[in-house]
Write a protein that binds this ligand. Structure first.
Ligand SMILES: N[C@@H](CCC(=O)N[C@@H](CS)C(=O)NCC(=O)O)C(=O)O
Length: 169
C-alpha cells in the first residue's frame, strides 16, 4: 500500500470505515427529513395551543390570552387539553425514536453495507415515522400507528444488529 493509501486508512481507522458518498448523501437526506418532520410537530403543538387557548404556563396566558380571567387561567392550568396532549405525545414518540435513528443510521452507514441496503432501511424508517405522525395527528384507526412505530423500530433493530455483527469496524 502506498503512503497516501496508508494515511487514508489510518485516518479512517480501517478500510470498512470509509463512507461512500452516496450512502452519506442518503444519511443526510433522511436525517434532515426526520428532523424537519419533528420540528413540524413542535410547531403544530404551538398551533394547537393557540387554537385551543391552552398554554403550559401562567406567563403564556398573560402574554397570549391577556383577556382571560385569573380563575379561568387557573382552571386551564390544572386541566389537560386532549388535542394538545395528543400532539405532545406524537412529539415525545418522535423524540424516543428519531435521535436513535440518527445514531444507529450513521453507525450502520459506516459499516459500508451498500447503497441499496442503506436506502431500504432509511426509506422504511422515514416512511414509518411519517405514517406514525399522520396516524397520531389525523388520527387514523389502529393498527396504523402501531405499524408505523413497530416497522420503523424493526428497521433500526436490523441496522443495530448488522452493525454489531460487523464487530471491529
Ligand atoms: N413510549 C411508548 C412506547 C411504545 C410505543 O412507542 N408505541 C407506539 C405504537 S402503539 C405509540 O405510538 N405509542 C404512543 C405514544 O408514545 O404516545 C408508549 O408509551 O406507548
Amino acid at each position: 500500500m502506498n503512503e497516501t493509501g496508508r494515511t487514508r486508512e489510518m485516518a479512517a481507522g480501517g478500510s470498512n470505515f470509509i463512507i461512500e458518498k452516496e450512502v452519506f448523501q442518503l444519511y443526510i437526506a433522511h436525517a434532515c427529513i426526520n428532523i424537519l418532520k419533528m420540528i413540524f410537530v413542535a410547531y403544530y403543538t404551538v398551533f394547537k395551543r393557540f387554537a385551543n387557548k391552552t398554554f403550559s404556563t401562567k406567563e403564556d396566558y398573560e402574554g397570549f390570552a391577556a383577556t382571560m380571567e385569573k380563575d379561568d387561567v387557573k382552571k386551564k392550568l390544572a386541566e389537560c387539553d386532549p388535542e394538545v396532549e395528543r400532539v405532545r405525545s406524537c412529539h415525545r414518540n418522535d423524540l424516543e425514536n428519531i435521535p436513535a435513528f440518527l445514531v444507529v443510521g450513521l453507525l450502520y452507514a459506516l459499516t459500508n453495507p451498500g447503497v441499496d441496503a442503506v436506502s431500504l432501511h432509511f426509506r422504511v424508517f422515514t416512511l414509518c415515522r411519517i405514517i406514525h405522525t399522520m396516524s397520531y395527528l389525523l388520527p387514523l384507526p389502529q393498527p396504523s400507528r402501531f405499524l408505523g412505530f413497530s416497522v420503523g423500530t424493526l428497521s433500526m433493530v436490523s441496522m443495530a444488529i448488522q452493525t454489531l455483527l460487523m464487530g471491529k469496524l
